[in-house]
Design a binder for this molecule. Structure first.
Ligand code: SAH
Ligand code: SF4
Ligand code: F3S
Length: 475
């Protein structure tokens, strides 16, 4: 059996730094021939893990001399970091590849790379090889740390470079990272997933669960804090099983206590928590903490026991509800959010009623509702009783209404309260307002100026607009 250790692979990290130097020489040449700095654009699809991976790609790209741009049309190198959790994510990538092809015709030196979860599927690779010949570089989720090396290969070759690994036991630390936000950051605490929920492709494209060494995690956060970060989001597909396969096993709750000790760090978030192994220890650490945010994302997926079992979720509706009770008793002000799938094979409208019942009883602050998407290779894909679009739509619409009504009711409860908000960005619609995030993850907009970005301020929640507030700073 392979052992998945989490040792920092120092040799690999040194090797990649050499490739960064080598790649810089190619980019410097490109700069000479263009007469300007070459630009790169990384487009991210999917979840927070992918967003964090994109920051790693950008870290390497900027180090070798590219200037980041948000605009694909200005770029000399476009990278799509893809997601395959639902089919619509895949379709969006194929759609946009057509556009990239037209860009490349106008600008032949344009390089195009595809990476991320979608690339771990053989059928996708086959399709790209056949119909998207203009792509220069393809790599997957396991060898992202080799990006600099892969770029060197790309610069040295004319044909399409494909490098996909099925697994890895390597965790390569200390490569450059370019953060999107100055004041907050995601931090990987583990990679992969061992749960194999029967609808889900993530374990197949992200591999087996591997936890990072807690010392590396703490060290990374200390550096982030020294660099101005006040809030971290600890990332893993199931953070509650963190540390189980470390040489010296450590619980997620214990890791949180360690992270909490970091001076200067003000807020800690994490996602995602699988309900099946959320421990009492975690509830206790959270309720004692004044850094861990009052928000728990606790995906239920479905309310019917029969469906939960077919999904391989490892809990029943009642077990989930009593867990929520325990959490709310310990932390009455906590916001609970969830993910729900409608239309899993065999799900009836009666089953959806069970889900609606959970939504009413838990009173979620927010719920992400998804229509089941068949993922090739997962057990659910070969189940016979796939649900008709009509039934799915009916159940989905009914559920969505309850989800929205409940979230609105929950939001309204905060009217008039004064709460701490982290000032995040200028409001998109009205530049005299800033947008802040409360501990419970709700957004509030208030008059302030840009210099306050990254600060924690006390805000009065004056007017509730459904799912968010407008308010003012209390000095
Ligand atoms: N590890 C996380 C979820 C990661 S995927 C967890 O277990 O909670 C994010 C969400 O996508 C899932 O919670 C699920 O609701 C949804 N999802 C995953 N596979 C899906 C599929 N085949 N069809 C529709 N939604 C899916
Ligand atoms: Fe997918 Fe389940 Fe793993 Fe989440 S826990 S990533 S839903 S298999
Ligand atoms: Fe998508 Fe991969 Fe995340 S499939 S949801 S980007 S782990």
């Amino acid at each position: 059996m392979t052992r998945y250790t989490s040792t920092n692979d120092e040799r690999e990290s040194a090797l990649q730094k050499e490739y960064i130097k080598k790649a810089s020489a190619y980019v410097a040449n490109l700069e000479k021939s263009l007469g300007r700095k070459p630009q790169c654009c990384v487009t991210t699809f999917g979840c927070q893990m992918n967003a964090r991976d994109s920051e790693k790609l950008l870290g390497i790209l900027t180090q070798i001399g590219y200037v980041p741009t948000e605009n694909e049309e200005d770029a000399d190198f476009v990278i799509y970091n893809t997601c395959t959790v639902r089919d619509n994510a895949n379709q969006r990538v194929y759609g946009r590849l057509g556009f990239l092809n037209s860009l490349k015709r106008k600008k032949p030196h344009l390089k195009i790379a595809l990476c991320g979860c979608m690339m771990q599927e053989q059928s996708v690779i086959d399709k790209i090889k056949k119909s998207y010949r203009f792509v220069d570089l393809i790599f997957g989720t396991h060898n992202i740390f080799k990006f600099a090396e892969l770029m060197v290969t790309m610069f040295e070759n004319q044909e399409m470079i494909i490098d996909i690994w099925q697994e890895t036991d390597q965790i390569v630390e200390e490569l450059p990272i370019s953060r999107k936000y100055s004041y907050k950051s995601g931090v990987n605490i583990m990679f992969g997933c061992n749960n194999f929920c029967s609808y889900c492709i993530v374990p197949y494209v992200r591999g087996r669960e591997r936890s990072r060494d807690p010392k590396e995690i703490v060290r990374e956060i200390e550096h982030l804090v020294a660099d101005g970060v006040v809030e971290v989001m600890l990332l893993g597909q199931n953070v509650n099983s963190y540390g189980k396969n470390l040489d010296e096993p450590m619980s997620f709750a214990k890791l949180l206590s360690e992270v909490e000790k970091i001076e200067g760090l003000r807020r800690i978030r994490f996602m995602t928590s699988h309900p099946k192994d959320l421990s009492d220890e975690l509830i206790e650490v959270m309720s004692r903490s004044d850094k861990i945010c009052r928000h728990l994302h606790l995906p239920i997926q479905a309310g019917s026991d029969r469906i939960l079992q077919a999904m391989n979720r490892q809990y029943t509706k009642e077990q989930y509800l009593s867990l929520v009770d325990k959490i709310k008793t310990a932390m009455p002000d906590i916001a609970i959010t969830t993910d729900i799938i409608v239309g899993f094979p065999g799900e009836t409208l009666q089953d959806v009623e069970e889900t609606i019942d959970v939504v009413r009883r838990v009173q979620y602050d927010n719920a992400f509702t998804f229509i089941y998407s068949k993922r090739t290779g997962t057990p659910a894909a070969s189940m016979e009783n796939q649900v008709s679009d009509e039934i799915v739509r009916e159940g989905f619409d009914k559920l969505l209404k309850v989800v929205q009504d409940t979230a609105r009711e929950r939001a309204a409860l905060l009217q008039g309260q004064v709460m701490e908000a982290l000032v995040e960005e200028v409001n998109e619609q009205d530049s005299s307002l800033m947008t802040g995030r409360l501990s419970n993850n709700m957004l509030v907009h208030f008059p302030a100026d840009e210099t306050m970005i990254g600060q924690l301020v006390k805000v009065s929640l004056d007017v509730c607009h459904g799912f968010y507030y407008t308010g003012h700073i209390i000095s």
